[in-house]
Design a protein around this ligand. Structure first.
Ligand SMILES: [Zn+2]
Length: 291
């Protein structure tokens, strides 16, 4: 009887050890991203004034993401998609294409939760939001792609970083990534949009064209930056379709977050042996000539 009980306990212990080993193993496919969660949003991209745009699309994937991928592909533009984990499993073909087309696939929580006080008090809840999304996107993350996180609504606490950086896998994330362009609607003295945010445009029933004018004015004023948009409404796709030819004609170049050099400083190598002998352009995964 005692032997059977001991054997049962041993089996349970083995199972727990196996599960723990699996959970804490660093993802073998990730080489360049050895970053750590930051205590506050990363507000500085270094792209303002460089005529370089990093288009970022949040909250998808959705039924409209394929049209957006088609549009980006026509212009040979690569972007970054901050996906919501719960939506990933509903759009496997879209996720496949996103990966094949060379876009950066990033983490925007599992249920688009506001990661405030409640999550600081029960930090293990962060694992359900960020860890589960990491698991959902990992089949679609290309080898060598960096891992990036953006907090829903930009809500973040330093305690979250402390907790997540103790996780052998999640500590590889750079984030939370903020934005330079697309944060809110603003008007000039004549009542014309001088800045826009697509979700708020649609809430105010503005047209894709009107909203795009707002984005264009903010882009021209700042001459580059991380652009916040969303791929869950058809109007956002129409807006992007209208904007891209103009931006290209005006000489803007487009990068993914992997090509934003300002973020390199958050990618501290895990061990000294991992440091390349000569750092610089040679470490750029692709699009090295983009800027
Ligand atoms: Zn969002």
């Amino acid at each position: 009887m005692l032997a059977r009980a001991l054997s049962f306990v041993a089996t349970i212990v083995c199972a727990v050890v196996l599960v723990l080993a699996f959970v804490t193993l660093p993802p073998s496919q990730i080489e360049t991203a050895n970053a750590y969660f930051q205590p506050t949003n990363i507000y500085r991209s270094g792209l303002v004034g460089t005529k370089t745009l990093a288009l970022t699309f949040d909250d998808g994937p959705s039924a409209f993401t394929d049209d957006l991928l088609e549009t980006l592909g026509q212009h040979k533009i690569r972007a970054t998609f901050f996906v919501v984990g719960a939506r990933v499993r509903q759009h496997p073909a879209t996720m496949d294409r996103m990966m094949r087309d060379g876009h950066v696939i990033a983490n925007h929580s599992f249920s688009h939760a506001q990661l405030g006080k409640r999550y600081a008090q029960s930090p293990q809840l962060l694992m359900t939001q960020i860890g589960n999304t990491n698991a959902a996107i990992s089949p679609y993350v290309r080898p060598g792609q960096g891992l990036y996180f953006r907090a829903p609504y930009g809500v973040w606490r330093s305690a979250h970083a402390d907790f997540l950086n103790n996780d052998a896998e999640l500590k590889h994330y750079v984030g939370p990534i903020y934005w330079d362009i697309g944060g809110n609607i603003s008007y000039d003295d004549e009542g014309n949009l001088r800045g826009a945010a697509d979700w708020d445009c649609w809430a105010h029933d503005l047209s894709a064209n009107q909203c795009g004018r707002g984005y264009m004015r903010e882009i021209r004023r700042k001459q580059g930056g991380v652009v916040l948009m969303h791929d869950i409404r058809e109007r956002s796709v129409w807006m992007v379709q209208a904007m891209l030819p103009e931006l290209i004609a005006e000489g803007y170049t487009f990068v993914t977050l992997d090509e934003v050099r300002e973020f390199d400083k958050y990618k501290a190598p895990v061990t000294p042996e991992d440091v390349p002998v000569a750092q610089g352009e040679g470490t750029v995964p692709y699009g090295a000539t983009a800027r």
